[in-house]
Design a protein around this ligand. Sequence first.
Ligand SMILES: Nc1ncnc2c1ncn2[C@@H]1O[C@H](COP(=O)(O)OP(=O)(O)OP(=O)(O)O)[C@@H](O)[C@H]1O
Ligand SMILES: [Mg+2]
Length: 615
Amino acid sequence: MSSDTIQSTTSTGSMSPDTTYDERDVISSREKDKAGRKAFQRLIRPISLALTIARILAFISAVLSVGPYIALVWLAEALLGQGGAQGSNEGEVKSALTLLIGLFLARLVVYLVALTVSHFADVKLRHLLQRQIAQRLSQAPLSWFSRTNSGQVRKAVQDDTAEIHAVVAHAPVDSTVAIVSPLALLAYVFYLNLMLGILAIITLPVYLGLMAFTMRGMGEKTAEMDTRLGHVSATMVEFVTGISVVKAFGQTGQAHARYDRATKDFHKFYLAWCGPMLRISAMSYVAISTSVLVLVNLGLGSLLIRSGHAQATDLIPTTIVALAIPQAFETLANMAWSLQIAGSAALRVQNILNIPQISQDAASADALPEGIKGQSVDFEDVSYSYGAHKAIDHVSLHLEAGTTTALIGPSGSGKTTLATLLARFSDPDEGCIRIGGVDLRHWPAEKLYRHVGFVLQDPQILSLSIRDNVALGKEDASDEEIWQALESAQVAEEIRALEHGLDTIYGVDTHLSGGQCQRLAIARALLLNTPVLILDEATAFADPESEAQIQQALSALVHNPQHPKTVLVIAHRPASVRHVDQVVIMENGKISAQGTPQEVSEQPLYMALWEGSAR
Ligand SMILES: Nc1ncnc2c1ncn2[C@@H]1O[C@H](COP(=O)(O)OP(=O)(O)OP(=O)(O)O)[C@@H](O)[C@H]1O
Ligand SMILES: [Mg+2]
């Protein structure tokens, strides 16, 4: 697979196969940052009410956070004996302590309830998103999957919904508390003593000034970092996926170079971005470090007490508040960072939710479409393009029910594309394809794949048991039926020889040869026994015995006297064409000749195609 894993930075969903980072990407980082925020806001819309409730609760909890400080001042006054007689002092200390603990607990409870609300909202959103993604994926054209890396889908379903989770479950509560709590505390400190209040925030301008300086363009830079990381992971996937071929050709160095370049690029970018930022932010942290704050508040505060401008009982709470405020800034900075990351994740989720959908008639979801007659296949003036490249150009073709048609033509002439259109991997751009006289677009997907079977060049054997692999389209198949299919597909003997027989897990307990996989795929199609069949003949089996077995298996599949099939076979050898009912020659996306094998054998292109072919 290519490096298509990099998510798009535009809403069109187009992928960039380029793995080096250029100016275009830098400019688009700004747009990506903006688009990410928008996408995030759009995604969380279904839970906005719950998030508002969580924010209100967080607000109440933040205001309540002043309570313990009020109790603390009261306690200090009682302890320092400013309240009068000894007896009443003891009572006051008790009351102050009760208030302190009570308010602290009340604040904690409200805060926890707020977090619970936001977490429930998050679980709901995550469930909703995963369901939406699954639904979109289930209706995506099959062609979308063949050009999309499975890693990209996994990332959107698992990692990206998790990144959004971190922000949805924590940001509304923690950022509200981080804003409201210091404001409420400062209001109280200023109410206690104006000068102590000023002391509590006197170092903040230095911190904020330096931080603002380092945060310039942070959104864009984070978006850029995300894109660059995407490049790194795409080149890594590319490298690892193709490692066997790369090694076999001794090209490890070259293939590794792309990955190496991407990581070095990232490394350079990250250092250039973070190096200066770290130096300045280290300086800014000095301004709000505990030692500086204690020195300023306690030191200068004592001077104020000595000069009679403040009371000793006020000094402790104001100093504690001064120490607590920087924490709020840190929380806000972390939240801003998480929001950036969630924005990028939201964009990727949005892109998955925007994948094209195969239209489906809701009315005919469970029943076979009405008016279906027989099992003939008709391509009517069909055109299909990959981007600007027209792969199928106004093709009209009739496949009579129960006949076999061979599709031949030079490489790149559009054979596979035409065949996959019949399996509805994509819908044609123009024209329509009918089975039994009914447009494919009016066939419910489930019914369609009970009607059209395919054995493609890549047999797609999954990491499941042999039984599940064969019964993929017919879950209720009995073992007897499965063995029968395996027999007809000429692979039963090999499966019987395996220690666990049908329960052997492919890829875990055993590996199978290309020819065996091909025959398993044929067994799968045999079991389904669909009236319409598409075969893309394998070309790469050098072993004559294996090839003979495959030909025998295919023949069992195609020739079923009780259930005659309409077959479209992409043929790569003369032997496959000799006994078919119709041969179609494709050239540049068009049909250049069509007729019985006898008729087309006179065509120069036909002869040229088999030139040099011994079979
Ligand atoms: N996923 C794709 N994206 C873009 N272009 C594609 C894609 N698949 C095929 N094409 C292009 O469409 C044209 C037809 O391809 P197709 O695979 O249908 O040819 P083919 O006749 O099956 O060739 P072959 O005999 O080599 O399998 C080719 O020019 C090919 O480059
Ligand atoms: Mg092909």
